[in-house]
Design a protein around this ligand. Structure first.
Ligand SMILES: Nc1nc2c(ncn2[C@@H]2O[C@H](COP(=O)(O)OP(=O)(O)OP(=O)(O)O)[C@@H](O)[C@H]2O)c(=O)[nH]1
Length: 305
């Protein structure tokens, strides 16, 4: 509210001044009506309309950036409010019959306000069409670049690579640690085969929510491919990354996902690995991460062999 008052103080001050002038003119030229002459239906109807108009004005000013279209809408609503306000004053103040200016004050601003409002709404509509066209283009751009995954609402490997390059440069400049965690579901193809691809998609979506719940605000979760997820951990050392990977693995093993068809609980297991950046580029780091995962996926006897 304070920002609204600050940004549009001239418009709001002009409206307040006009409303006060209208009131003072009525008080100077007329007499207060006795309570018995008040028509409550008119008071409520006209007062309510004026109040609603003020509310619309507030909403328009609050939701739009300052500029020509906002000025047209504000001016239009201001004029409409002023007409209703003067109309409302008539309910309390009786002017002598010889006075004619009150009709002008009451009826003049209304059509002007409606014309300004119409112009404002027309330009708003054109502005909205331009914004929608822009959004469509952006959406197409995202789809073409496939930076967003279709199953989960996560970013894809392409986005991860872009972010990783940027984060590696930042980590180098600021001499901070940066780590990656990778998580891959075990035997996900069997789940797909036994419960269907749609159930597999639901598992991936539930898993996404679970992983997001277990991450910090600054971490970036991306779906690398299929049942493989990567988390970019800024300002995180090796030990902390290993610990987070283990926490994610445990969280997955405790996930109680119920299959939609028969409601049975699907037991999930995941393999995890983590690496800390050692000054290499994004591709080498991702390669090292995948190697670490491959090692984690090997059965225990293979490690000792
Ligand atoms: N439901 C679903 N399945 C997917 C999607 N993307 C990939 N998959 C499946 O994920 C499975 C991945 O198979 P693998 O890479 O062999 O992984 P896995 O079966 O978990 O085997 P391990 O990782 O070795 O334990 C394949 O069956 C793919 O068809 C998807 O968007 N939705």
């Amino acid at each position: 509210m304070p920002s609204l008052l600050k940004l549009h103080r001239l418009k709001l001050a002009a409206l307040l001044l006009a409303a006060n002038l209208g009131l003072l003119l009525h008080l100077a030229a007329g007499d207060l009506k006795p309570l018995a002459d008040w028509v409550w239906l008119d008071i409520l109807g006209e007062g309510g309309s004026a109040l609603l108009c003020l509310l619309w004005l507030g909403l328009v000013l609050k939701s739009r950036p300052a500029g020509r279209v906002t000025n047209l809408l504000a001016l239009g609503l201001g004029c409409v409010f002023f007409s209703w306000w003067v109309d409302w004053l008539d309910e309390f103040i009786k002017l002598p019959d010889a006075i004619g200016w009150d009709h002008w004050l009451e009826s003049g601003p209304m059509p002007v306000g409606l014309i300004l409002l119409t112009l404002g709404i027309y330009h708003w509509h054109r502005e909205q069409l331009a914004i929608s066209a822009q959004m469509e283009k952006r959406e197409r751009l995202f789809r073409e670049h496939r930076l967003f995954d279709q199953v989960t609402p996560l970013n894809t490997a392409g986005y991860l690579r872009l972010q990783l390059e940027q984060s590696l440069a930042e980590a180098r400049d600021e001499q901070q640690a940066l780590s990656l965690v990778i998580l891959d579901l075990d035997d996900f193809s069997s789940l797909n085969r036994l419960h269907g691809h749609a159930e597999g998609d639901r598992v991936l979506q539930a898993l996404t929510q679970l992983l997001l719940l277990n991450l910090r605000r600054q971490d970036l979760l991306c779906r690398l491919a299929g049942d493989r997820f990567v988390v970019l951990l800024p300002n995180t050392g090796e030990r902390q990354a290993r610990q987070l990977a283990e926490e994610l693995r445990l969280a997955v093993s405790h996930l109680a996902h119920k299959a939609q068809a028969h409601g049975e609980r699907l037991q999930l297991q995941a393999s995890v690995a983590s690496v800390m950046a050692l000054g290499e580029d994004a591709d080498s780091l991702l390669r090292r991460l995948n190697l670490a995962l491959a090692r984690a996926k090997q059965p225990p006897y293979a490690h000792s062999a």
